[in-house]
Design a binder for this molecule. Structure first.
Ligand code: SF4
Length: 375
């Protein structure tokens, strides 16, 4: 990042304190198409529905949505496999023009190396977004990963994708490469050694494990896991995994926030009171591939379809359906879940947490700086 962008990036943090009708984080499921078949996917029902492809939002419609949306801090692209859409760079360009997000986060199963390389190069070329994070999702070691995702040679393909992205990152430091492991019953014994192997062999800006969320997977996945077990492992990883660049404060800050998020989830999971802090529809909102709007991606309760509201999300967020949603789910003892983004926002949007974020950032920095000095 050039020095001007760096200064702008840090000052823009204060934007999150400016009230607005539209949440500063948008999760946009650009497609339900996917070449993987993961059982724990929270979009599985939509991925399995072959009829959706013909109804996918097109570029013209996406432009109308962005035009009336307003300022974004973070645009999280989701799917399906986002890179299956060959107009993904154009989608990001549209949001860059109208909503100027500081961060664009794109999770991918990493199984389409050449397509991802071409698309990421194009996104960096045609936008001036300060941070583009590509999150590679790996769910197990070679052999196990293929069984979970259903993609042949998936492990080798994700490594090839990493290598191609790494070459781009060396020329453009706006690109960050994350590796995410979703902690599920099928892979939990492999996660720790795999994280350490990845840390030894490659340079991910962030390596993290996440706890699954989603209403439809509750019985099949979440009930077989213990958050406490996940929490202990995640805490260890957040502190011990060496950052490739100690001066990359964006990655350090988000690692520090992740530590606080895990603490936060431990409390809400124990007391069952996420609803009290929940900013669904206020701090974060979800749009799916066929224009439905949801306050959260756990309950999947649509509050309207953008095609029926002139592509203006503000009308939907001011509407009756969202008011009833808020009444039913947001507030003390009303709802609970393990959705990390909601916990993350509860921290980011609360200035009382900011000193802790700074403290954790420096804790990680000095921990690894002193380790480097000893070696
Ligand atoms: S606590 Fe909030 S994010 Fe979680 S399920 Fe309830 S409404 Fe959705």
């Amino acid at each position: 990042m050039k020095i001007i962008s760096k200064i702008k990036y840090f000052f823009d943090i204060f934007n999150i304190l400016i009230p607005s009708v539209t949440p500063k984080e948008l999760i946009f499921f650009v497609t339900a198409r996917c070449n993987a078949h993961c059982a724990h996917c929270l979009y599985k029902k939509q991925v399995d529905d072959q009829t959706r492809t013909s109804q996918e939002l097109n570029l013209e419609e996406i432009e109308k949505i962005a035009q009336s949306y307003g300022r974004l801090i973070k645009l999280s692209i989701s799917g399906g496999e986002p890179f299956i859409r060959n107009d993904l760079p154009e989608i990001i360009k549209i949001f860059n023009k109208y909503s100027q997000p500081n961060i664009v986060d794109i999770p991918t199963n990493g199984s389409l190396p050449k397509i991802i390389e071409k698309s990421v190069k194009e996104i960096l070329r045609i936008t001036n977004i300060p941070i583009i994070e590509i999150q590679l999702s790996i769910d197990g070691p070679k052999g196990i990963f293929e069984k979970i995702s259903g993609i042949a040679d998936h492990y080798d393909k994700i490594i090839e994708t990493y290598q191609l992205l790494d070459a781009i990152r060396q020329k453009d430091e706006r690109l960050k490469i994350k590796m995410n492991f979703t902690y599920v019953p099928e892979n939990k014994q492999y996660v720790e050694p795999l994280v350490h192997q990845m840390n030894r062999e490659y340079k991910f800006d962030r390596l993290q494990i996440t706890f699954p969320h989603g209403h439809h997977i509750r019985n099949t996945v979440i009930n077989k896991l213990f958050y406490q077990e996940f929490y202990t492992l995640s805490k260890k990883i957040n502190m011990e995994v060496a950052p490739p660049n100690l001066w990359d404060f964006h990655s350090l800050i988000f690692r520090a926030i992740k530590m606080l998020r895990d603490d936060f989830l431990l409390k809400t999971m124990t007391h069952g009171n996420m609803g009290r802090f929940c900013g669904a529809g206020k701090k974060i909102v979800v749009i799916d591939d066929i224009a439905n709007v949801y306050p959260c991606e756990v309950l999947w309760q649509s509050i309207g379809n953008l095609r029926k509201h002139n592509y203006n999300i503000k009308t939907i967020l001011k509407g009756e359906k969202y008011q009833s949603f808020k009444k039913k789910y947001l507030g003390k003892n009303k709802c609970n879940c393990s959705w990390g983004n909601i916990a993350l926002d509860a921290i980011i949007y609360n200035p009382l947490y900011w000193p802790k974020v700074i403290f954790n950032t420096f804790k990680i920095f000095f921990f690894h700086a002193s380790k480097k000095n000893k070696t």
